[in-house]
Design a protein around this ligand. Structure first.
Ligand SMILES: Nc1ncnc2c1ncn2[C@@H]1O[C@H](COP(=O)(O)OP(=O)(O)OP(=O)(O)O)[C@@H](O)[C@H]1O
Ligand SMILES: [Mg+2]
Length: 323
């Protein structure tokens, strides 16, 4: 079998020419149109060279490998052949990925491979950059994120985002968490009190702050500030949480608390997390997507990606041989 012809691979042409939709893209195994779906038991064969680096360098197509365990998953976020350009620089190339509902999915890959760009596309934060152009399809619970007439404010209410650096607003702990409700016009004190408490409990911060809700959010430690930001995201009752390296500014103890929190939130929320920390991806996520230079290279259950990756490119990255 030649490179890129793995029957489990999903074809992902890199060119911009319109191509017929790939049946079950970003989820189905054996994605070649019309090809029978291979009902393979998990075979732990040696990783194969995916020819990814050669293909990228030569501008040739290559096949994203999507593990068969992702076939038929119920996706909360569905990304199909998504491309993004910053001016004339293409940063995302035909990315297709189904983010399973109620699961934690980690995005990994070397610096500059487009992880944050992809995350920011979900709540259309890249709209704020004038030179950005996108193509392809992205859906949240089936609703077109880039369709004509989409109300971006309404869309963003369905999505919670937490950044690398905690960014509490310069207001009290209480008002930080109440903020999404305030901008929705909620004034009922009992409702606000309840949501603030539930969100702080959900973010694992309640016991530490319940007696100081009127103090500034900025007075908290870095780890507490990050949990405050998660509480604020939860208060908006989002369908999906986007976490962009949420622990990179935190010490190991605070990192552990956020990872525990992610475990507690799993099931109730769909979580897409960017991390450079391979141990964190292994500990905290159910599925892992490996990106390289704007392309999705391999996507599968986290254990498979780390223990039995299908491609040597993935193996080299997760074992620290490059990147
Ligand atoms: N605002 C922007 N304007 C122009 N180019 C950008 C912008 N933001 C990102 N890029 C480019 O897009 C590519 C992907 O960047 P991105 O920040 O998404 O990578 P990343 O995988 O999140 O990297 P890191 O791990 O370092 O955070 C890079 O080449 C980067 O230079
Ligand atoms: Mg980034």
């Amino acid at each position: 079998m030649s490179e890129g012809e793995d029957p489990l691979a999903q074809p992902t042409p890199l060119g911009r020419a319109p191509a017929p939709p790939t049946p079950g893209a970003a989820g189905a195994p054996g994605g070649r149109p019309g090809a029978p779906v291979a009902a393979e038991p998990p075979i732990h064969r040696r990783p194969q060279r995916g020819g990814v680096f050669e293909a990228v360098n030569a501008g040739r197509p290559f096949a994203t490998v999507v593990h068969e365990q992702l076939a038929g998953v119920r996706a909360n976020l569905q990304v199909e052949r998504f491309c993004l350009w910053y001016g004339s620089n293409q940063a995302l190339w035909e990315v297709s990925l189904a983010v399973p509902e109620g699961s934690v999915t980690a995005l990994i890959g070397p610096s500059g491979c487009g992880k944050s760009t992809l995350l920011r596309c979900v709540n259309r934060m890249n709209d704020l950059i004038g030179s950005v152009r996108v193509a392809g399809d992205m859906r949240l619970a089936g609703d077109d994120i880039y369709g004509p007439g989409v109300d971006v404010i309404d869309l963003r209410k369905r999505i919670g985002m937490v950044f690398q650096k905690p960014n509490p607003f310069p207001m009290s702990i209480y008002e930080n968490v109440a903020y999404p409700l305030r901008i929705d016009g909620v004034r009922d004190r009992a409702v606000l009190d309840e949501v603030v408490e539930q969100s702080l409990v959900g973010a694992g911060l309640w016991d530490e702050v319940k007696d100081r809700l009127k103090e500034s959010g900025l007075a908290l430690s870095g780890g507490q500030q990050q949990r405050l930001c998660i509480a604020r995201a939860l208060a908006g009752d989002p369908e999906i949480l986007l976490l962009d390296e949420p622990c990179s500014a935190l010490d190991p103890l605070a990192t552990g608390r956020i990872e525990d929190l992610i475990q507690e939130l799993r099931g109730r929320y769909t979580i897409l997390i960017v991390t450079h920390n391979m141990q964190q991806a292994q500990r905290a996520s159910d599925f892992t997507a490996f990106m390289y230079l704007g392309r999705l290279v391999e996507y599968g259950p986290t254990e498979e990606i780390f223990v039995h990756p299908r491609l040597t490119e993935t193996e080299d990255y997760v074992t620290g041989r490059f990147g």
